[in-house]
Design a protein around this ligand. Sequence first.
Ligand code: NAD
Ligand code: UDP
Length: 348
Amino acid sequence: MNYFRNDFRGTLFGTNEATDSLRRRSLQKRILVTGGAGFLGSHLCELLLGAGHEVICLDNFSTGLRRNIAPLKRFDTFRVIAHDVVEPIDLEVDEIYNLACPASPPHYQADPIQTTKTCVIGSLNLLDLAARRGARIFQASTSEIYGDPHVHPQVESYWGNVNPFGPRSCYDEGKRCAETLFFDFHKSHGVEIKIVRIFNTYGPRMRPDDGRVVSNFIVQALKGEDITIYGDGSQTRSFCFVEDLIDGFVRLMASPPSLTGPVNLGNPAEFTIGELAEEVIRLTGSRSKIVRRPLPVDDPRQRRPDISLATEELGWRPKVNLAEGLAHTIRYFDDLLSRSMRESAELV
Ligand code: NAD
Ligand code: UDP
């Protein structure tokens, strides 16, 4: 099922068959997407394949799911490689999108040393590959670079406020070190780099057990379970729908070499976690009640992107508001949960 509006691919790449085939012949690239079986990666692979590119999805399937990429097997230009980016790899590619890394706090904290290795050694291996093959390389960096920010909204020039050895550090410091490596490969070896700092993004193909707030609240609401707010719910986040984010990715990748980033991508509409819970309850019509749980250590108080750079340089701004994006995501999870209930009923 296509959860996106019909104009998604049309606006970016054109829908006319003749222009599509022209693009295929003149612009087709071989593109490596690491973390391609994950939430964001699978949407990116789908978009790139639809635009006529050859896509290699590389993933160790630690948080990624085969069902995310199963429909993409219909493209004969799609290949999947089971591999861990911590190990070196050699492939002939024109472009690399590096998305490999668990993104949900419970997932990246489950094996923090592997998370740091993925961010640092993984990036090093892919930068080596980019230097060897003359490939342009994109890094999925994060708003976690700003930690618990003292500057609000966050601009790219802000250096951040990050604990170097707390429970979130494997991810935050790993991603910060990855940015350092990207810039040093750019300066020392002339590698063309593109860095985005992604703010909380949600949508179809998140795992029901992902652990991030949007999927937790929706799954809890649909199942009629308690909705778990950590802390008093006054902390804020700015939620971007996946379709908008992926549009920003390909715009940045196609931008002139001088635009290295980092570029913030996110939806600047800021909500408290309490407001998000109320909105999910409203949209699902759930009778779930809200319960409080302890606030995790080092949980950032506030987060909102300043997207002036993305707007000026890429002509990018998000189009999908929270209610619309949540409605798409609720439909996805409703479908998924009904299917899995039907399947377990059939097994009894
Ligand atoms: P996800 O967990 O769904 O996807 C991550 C993918 O990377 C999974 O398919 C996983 O199996 C794979 N992976 C993890 N470690 C790997 C390794 N060592 N080798 C190969 N593959 C590996 O998360 P996501 O939300 O799709 O995030 C994708 C990327 O975007 C991540 O790098 C994340 O840090 C970044 N990001 C995401 C968000 C967001 O809100 N979704 C925000 C900031 C940054
Ligand atoms: N959160 C929550 N209930 C949940 C999951 C998360 O209240 O079931 C809170 C969490 O403490 C944080 C915010 O929601 O303040 C966003 O959490 P998430 O893990 O989605 O992303 P991140 O903290 O990395 O921005």
